[in-house]
Design a protein around this ligand. Sequence first.
Ligand code: SAM
Length: 325
Amino acid sequence: MPVNSTRDLLSSQIAPTLLSYREENTLACFISRLNRHGQSTPSRWSKSHPQAGAGSLDGSNKQMKLRGAYALYLYYPIAWAGRVMRTASRRMRGINRNSEQSTSLPKKAAWQLPGFFRPPKLAALHKKNGNVTISELGILAALASTCPNGSVLFEIGTFDGRTTLNLALNTAQDARIVTLDLPQGTEPEFELEIGEGHMVEKESSGDLFLSCNHLSTEDQSKINQEFGDSARFDFSPYHSLCSLFFVDGSHSYEYAKADSLQALRSVAPAGMVVWHDYGVWKGVTRALEELAAEMELDLFHIAGTSLVVWMRSDTGDLRFNHRQV
Ligand SMILES: C[S@@+](CC[C@H](N)C(=O)[O-])C[C@H]1O[C@@H](n2cnc3c(N)ncnc32)[C@H](O)[C@@H]1O
């Protein structure tokens, strides 16, 4: 077994710690360190892909799939169980955390989603404050792998490009992935949330897919990077076009609501919208619960994560009436 795979596997063996968000980052750091050690023996993939470079965290398809399997089949259930146990333990001890929000959207387990049982390829597992968790990354990648050939995927909120690059890894060669970020120094249309400054004020966006350390040039060429304020961006070319729309921009209520409406307009028949940070940021939680009630949308919350999903189940524009949006 290649050295990276052994280490990946080893790291997954130590996962049975019940993970909090902080512990998750520690584990991701550990995995990343193991992966970097593994680079002393160049993998077959990095030999045949010179663009992988000396700093590549990737590896062969097999290694990336092993990480996908780890994220979905080990990390996800453990992190979910950990959350449930922590919440129960706090309740028993009468501890009330401000950061814990009550949520009301119906829940589904990730294994009820399409693509779950075919491990996606994952790269760049190391999680920064602002990224999705490892389980969420696995779920998003698995969903992307179900998008048909020629799909357009849209992400609001590029940040360091970790999700974007994993969407690119798991889509057909002719897919297009558009990722939008707020340019530096822009006066936003709505007020941003206190606490999201570090995600907005950064030197650059999309470093992880721009660096060539994780993607082949073919996968990299699927990505279109856009800059603009989501409240002013012209989404009309994407209306009813996107197979997957990922909403992960500003967390203020105004932005969450406005971005969601754009996502709903842009999703193709049989496509899906995925939101991040439900139950984490109050503005996002409120916007999604309001939308579900006002528009009678069957939004569901992926248990053990902060993801919410809506699947457009019609094949035309009959059930989903754009007049509502
Ligand atoms: C939570 S981070 C996104 C994380 C990323 N999607 C991932 O999975 O790693 C939020 C991103 O949204 C961007 N953002 C915030 N307000 C925005 C706006 N009004 N329009 C576009 N992007 C925005 C921020 O600059 C930041 O890069």
